[in-house]
Design a binder for this molecule. Structure first.
Ligand SMILES: [Zn+2]
Length: 258
């Protein structure tokens, strides 16, 4: 039985050699604790699910999209004291990304979209550095905020909260512990006003901020909320992939209407 043609890990050379792919999607997750109740691979599982569903819809609309295997490690510099939070530094991510982009460019795939699934990963600085050195077009999407989550959730939360718990209850229910075993995801706010208000920024020291590694209350999560949000996210990202596949990379900007 043939796998899905837009999931590289499932397809084969017979299918690939006969397809002119327009876009590669690189999901990039993390391996880290997610409150008491969600698995360490939460960011990987979510990225896999979002990428697959967005690519399926884009493929059905004619875009030739290939989802690459998800990178399972992310930036964990604020969580180094939590067992098995496995850190990849931003400079390592840059090196990994450059090798992959150069592989793809030599094979004629010159559009790459990173689908980021972890708040500690920030691909903007990395793409700013890498873009002028390669011929490919690079871009990044944070899947959890490409659609406003507020209409879907009472309190989306930041990490292992209502949003992530709902999505996991939808895509991997067998890996989610009963919600009465989850911690409250209570967050200690910064004492310094600028950091607390968000106009100054410093990475958070996770174990000082939260007792259960969660930030955000998961108690109102449901699989139905997760399904509805994932549907909206996949719809938006598939539209982006269709546009990216068809775009003229030498003519990306339009004059404002008169
Ligand atoms: Zn997460």
């Amino acid at each position: 039985m043939a796998g899905r043609p837009y999931i590289l890990a499932e397809t084969n050379w017979k299918a690939v050699s006969g397809t002119a792919f327009d876009v590669a999607v690189l999901p990039w997750g993390a391996t880290e604790a997610h409150n008491w109740h969600l698995p360490y691979a939460t960011d990987v599982i979510q990225c896999d699910a979002v990428a697959a569903e967005a690519a399926r819809r884009a493929w059905e609309r004619g875009a030739r999209v290939a989802v690459l295997p998800t990178v399972p490690f992310g930036v964990q510099t604020g969580q180094l004291d939590i067992p098995f939070c496995l850190n990849l530094n931003p400079t390592t991510q840059l090196a990994v990304l450059r090798d992959l982009v150069e592989s793809l460019a030599g094979q004629g795939v010159r559009r790459l979209a990173i689908l980021n699934g972890h708040g500690g990963n920030d691909f903007r600085a990395i793409i700013r550095e890498l873009q002028p050195r390669v011929d490919s077009f690079l871009c990044a999407i944070n899947w959890w905020n490409c659609v406003d989550p507020r209409p879907f959730f009472a309190q989306p939360g930041d990490h292992a909260g209502e949003l992530e718990t709902s999505v996991m209850m939808h895509v991997a229910p067998d890996l989610v512990l009963p919600l009465d075993e989850a911690g409250p995801g209570r967050e200690r706010k910064a004492r310094i006003a600028g950091l607390r208000e968000g106009w100054a920024w410093a990475p958070r020291r996770w174990t000082a901020v939260t007792d259960d590694t969660g930030v955000g209350d998961p108690s109102a999560a449901t699989p139905e909320k997760g399904a509805a949000f994932l549907d909206a996210v996949a719809d938006r990202i598939s539209g982006f992939l269709v546009e990216l596949a068809a775009a003229n990379l030498d003519d990306l900007y339009a004059d404002a209407p008169a």
